[in-house]
Design a protein around this ligand. Structure first.
Ligand code: PGA
Length: 249
């Protein structure tokens, strides 16, 4: 199980320090569950100093696909490694929606992340219209296959998938445990097709979209739901810790 907090563009340095200290204290041990926080780029280094030794891991929210060069404003995989990142979120729906990220771009970034031994958390998910017209399985299958094209792994722990139906992100509207279980089993079969059963079965598939302490346990109890990618509720140490506890159970 993995519970990862996606802090998005929230918290200045002082507030981020406070939250990280709170998360370290509230989560306590990472026994039985992997835990990660993904602050903004400028706070990564400082958060690593606070979390170091706690067992909680650090992740970034995106990265650039090139090694280095004239890409004003961008951050490379080796820079993320150098400040202690273990994970990098790629292809979050907000990146796709507001910053023009495509499946092809996500695949190039995921390949680059792997070259630098970062574990990509590749996000996929349908929009409401696609869910309402019953196209969600087709849409997500295409996103998974294209976003992972040419992304090779030696074992399943080197990749994480996150299913985040766009209509459930930040809306308070959670997909039902049945909807989540159905999609996760679909994604599992695609991963097994791409990587073979041994590796495909070991890739963690997270659910994201309005996960909170009150619904986490029910979601995490479903087959193929291997944890969560948490937005809003990760900004409160106690809520985040309660979600980690739900994953532990
Ligand atoms: P949310 O965000 O938990 O606030 O819905 C999840 C995400 O975007 O990763």
């Amino acid at each position: 199980m993995l519970v990862a907090g996606n802090w998005k563009m929230n918290l200045d340095l002082a507030a981020a320090r406070q939250l990280t200290s709170g998360v370290v204290a509230a989560v306590g041990s990472t026994h039985n569950v992997d835990v990660a926080i993904c602050p903004t780029f400028v706070n990564l280094d400082a958060m690593y100093s606070i979390m170091h030794g706690s067992g909680i891991r650090l992740g970034a929210q995106t990265m650039h696909e090139a090694d280095s060069g004239a890409y004003t404003g961008e951050i490379s995989a080796s820079m993320l490694r150098a400040v202690g990142c273990h994970y990098v979120i790629l292809g979050h729906s907000e990146r796709r929606q507001f910053f023009g990220e495509t499946d092809d771009g996500v695949s190039r970034k995921a390949q680059q992340a792997r070259r630098h031994r970062l574990t990509p958390i590749v996000c996929v998910g349908e929009v409401l219209e696609q869910r309402e017209s019953g196209e969600q399985n087709k849409v997500v299958e295409s996103q998974v296959r294209k976003s992972l094209s040419d992304v090779s792994i030696d074992n399943g722990s080197e990749l994480v998938l996150a299913y985040e139906p766009v209509w459930a992100i930040g809306t308070g509207k959670t997909a039902s445990p049945e909807q989540v279980a159905e999609m996760h089993s679909h994604i599992r079969s695609i991963l097994c097709d791409l990587y073979g059963n041994a590796k495909g079965d070991d890739v963690l598939i997270l659910y994201g979209g309005s996960v909170k302490p009150s619904n986490a346990e029910d979601l995490f109890a479903r087959e193929n739901v291997d944890g969560g990618l948490i937005g809003g509720a990760s900004l409160k140490a106690d809520d985040f810790a309660a979600i980690v506890d739900a994953a532990r159970r």
